[in-house]
Design a protein around this ligand. Sequence first.
Ligand code: G4P
Length: 527
Amino acid sequence: MTDLPAPVGRRRTFAIISHPDAGKTTLTEKLLLFGGAIQLAGEVKAKKNRVSTRSDWMGIEKERGISVVTSVMTFEYGGCVFNLLDTPGHEDFSEDTYRTLTAVDSAIMVIDAAKGIEARTRKLFEVCRMRDIPIVTFINKMDREARSPFDLLDEIEKTLALDTAPVTWPISQGKSFAGTFDLRRNMVRRIDTDEEPTEVAGPEDPKLMSLLPPEEADAWQEEVMLAQEACKPFDLQAFREGHLTPVFFGSALRNFGVRDLIDALASYAPPPRGQEADKRLVEAGEPKMSGFVFKIQANMDPNHRDRIAFMRICSGKLQRGMKVKLVRTGKPMSLNSPQFFFAQDRAIADEAWAGDVVGIPNHGTLRIGDTLTEGEDIVFRGVPSFAPEILRRIKLQDAMKAKKLREALQQMAEEGVVQLFVPQDGSGAIVGVVGALQLDVLKERLAAEYGLPIDYEPTRFSICRWITADDPRELDKFIESHLSSMARDLDDAPVFMAPNMFNLQYEVDRYKAIRFSDVKDYQKKAA
Ligand code: G4P
């Protein structure tokens, strides 16, 4: 690894993964408070509940209790610059979430102490594991009835196959939750004071005993001694490789344990990592700027119909006004007003470094997965498309607006709201989504932003696969003989659609020279 320039070494780019209701919003708010990014606790929540300036599609998200804040929040603390990337809170696993996790170097996993590992946490964790993202665990809501710490640690180890290293241990729980005990340093942090942690002689220290309900004291002492003996110590390398998670206990609501967590991120979480591109690994310390777009957000400000492309900078330094190459098209573009995002504000970024996420306002030039460089022809991996699980044909209520619909769908597909498939037999466009919520979002947005009321109709297809072959003639032959089941995606790549698995398998068996894939790596446009 090349040495990192000092500003890059200070960057910590991370996300919070959790099941809805575990406390992600509350924790975000408290983290931002530490960073001085917002003055007032409650700000993030207030945004979540604000109705006035939200466009309609955000209305849907609100109704369903989904938090939409901004996609990235930057703040400084303890000499580090933190970039917190918001993972959308949909119940549905969406591609958006996956893409966001391609842009972070570490993650905080928030677990509700009464519930343990829940479905969505597990799913998000699996995505992190695919990229060996180091995870810091926060067991939240210790001020409520909680499961035993051993029980929770055991569940993490068993269900996620992830080693745990508890750093702190809760002193009681629920109403009598008094604070945490640092297992290795014998320090006590109390919930009822803002004072720095104080040192004690060990788990038997009488100062500790006075914090515990008398009937719990003996059992607690034994438990802690066992934890000190039996639990794995924190190991930086195992953490960085994604095999071991340090665990902290606390209460986001009471702003307790949050400081330990952010200190852990500052000390242990990795600075920007090298990123895989198609031709080589790009190190964060390289001098030339490169980055990829992992998210496009429209309508962030209803007064300006702008689209913001969020780019993770992978290497070098971005300077406002610099000229870069959009590798997909080979065309140059100027970064005239790259932006940083804070809890509520945005500001022009005069310069930004590897690890930072900047918003680039544009009118449709940039797409999800795009790579920008200072000239080199590389494409970052890791922003793939997944074969949608739901396919629908779009029925326009006003048939005169077909052209407008085509343009609107193209835009929505470029933003990653839906995938668009144009059947080769000339029939109407088919949209594909991974989660049903995306269909509602598309419908709302087409109506609100383009004045295009639509309905959905079922198609006879339920599965689609990207097809490729080593021999282009084989591919052409297949396409020719299956025209009524073929479509083209946004990049003009051929897609085979099947009514069911049985039918798909039949074709897979018959055409050995064709590869049927349910994931498509981001590609440069075919020349
Ligand atoms: P999410 O973003 O992960 O969905 O969770 P969020 O922070 O919105 O928290 C979900 C609920 O849990 C909220 O209560 C929040 O106040 C509560 N909560 C979060 N952290 C803690 C904690 O450490 N201790 C306790 N006791 N509660 C916590 P709510 O009633 O749904 O919302 P609100 O009316 O309080 O805003």
